[in-house]
Design a protein around this ligand. Structure first.
Ligand code: NAP
Length: 286
């Protein structure tokens, strides 16, 4: 298959490495000439250009630009696409992307590979980034089944675990497990910085170990990604933050009233529930 990738960064570059290793012909387009040259040199793509016309021969195109550039990229890409080309994207928010792109190109299905790290750019591209991680495909009632199946098969070939849901359900679910944690973790770092005594703050920085490393990791990542999540998934993020604020107030109240039994009960429920989120062997029961 001829596969096009627009946006040769962490996700686009990693897709290129894996798909090329499966003998697909991978054509890459990125914003900067330097990125295109690096992508060729690193074996991420067979050919690369800053010109979208390179993708005329593509059977499937993955849009891997930042969320803010997806719509303008697709508008510029469409005049170059073959009428049968299948289009997908990898953006971390789906409803706004699908609402914008589906009317422009019927052979489109949204997707979200739920893999990544705090790095960005072509230098961070790596083999097998998607292996054993969820890859969510978000068709609508209008999406042609063959389009969904083609993208699913490609995602499956990366070793990813395929999930299918509506764009709206995707955004609501990722608000809980991805976007809300970023905001809570960011607030944690911000709150610590409010310690008024510089000597105590220094001590806290020296004492910080694995617990703080775990809980501050997602809030101390790429600010651009955090803003994109909040901007493009604002409604669902606000909904989850409201629920979080209720829970937080409840725990605050228990501590203020020295309701240790109530607090212990809540923490026990949390201890039992956590494996359902983080242990893939646990069946979800709701
Ligand atoms: P990234 O490493 O910053 O890569 C994005 C690349 O897109 C940049 O390297 C840039 O290449 C290129 N680019 C920017 N604007 C462009 C434009 N207008 N036209 C063509 N290329 C352009 O970002 P990423 O982490 O791969 O994220 C890309 C997408 O994946 C986003 O939509 C994000 O929501 C989604 N995603 C990210 C993660 C994650 O954890 N990082 C996980 C899942 C999904 P140049 O070097 O040429 O400027």
């Amino acid at each position: 298959m001829n596969i096009g990738i627009v946006g040769l960064g962490l996700i686009g570059g990693s897709l290129g490495l894996d798909l090329r290793s499966q003998r697909h012909r991978v054509l890459g387009v990125s914003r900067q000439e330097r990125t295109c040259q690096l992508a060729i040199a690193r074996g991420v793509v067979d050919d690369a250009s800053v010109d979208l016309a390179l993708l005329t021969a593509a059977d499937v195109v993955f849009i891997c630009t930042p969320l803010a550039a997806i719509s303008s990229t697709v508008h510029q890409l469409i005049p170059h696409l073959s009428p049968t080309a299948i289009l997908t994207d990898v953006g971390s928010v789906k409803l706004s992307v699908v609402k914008t792109i589906a009317p422009l190109w019927p052979n489109f299905v949204g997707g979200h590979p739920m893999a990544g790290n705090s790095e960005s750019g072509i230098e961070s591209a790596q083999f097998r980034l998607f292996k054993n991680n969820p890859y969510v495909i978000t068709p609508t009632n209008e999406t042609p089944p063959t389009v969904t199946e083609t993208v699913e098969n490609l995602a499956r070939s990366l070793g990813a675990i395929i999930y299918r849901c509506s764009p709206a359900d995707h955004d609501r679910a990722v608000a809980w497990i991805s976007h809300l944690p970023v905001i809570i973790s960011a607030s944690l770092i911000g709150a610590c910085l409010n310690e008024p005594d510089p000597a105590v703050l220094k001590l806290a920085q020296n004492f910080a170990s694995s617990g703080f490393r775990d809980t501050s990791r997602v809030g101390g990542g790429n600010p651009e990604l955090g803003v994109m999540m909040a901007r493009y998934n604002r409604i669902e993020l606000l909904r989850s933050l409201e629920q979080y604020r209720d829970r937080f107030d409840q725990i605050f109240d228990q501590i203020e009233r020295e309701d240790w039994q109530g607090l212990a009960q809540q923490l026990l429920i949390n201890q039992q529930a956590r494996p359902r989120f983080v242990d893939p062997k646990q069946e979800l029961e709701f």
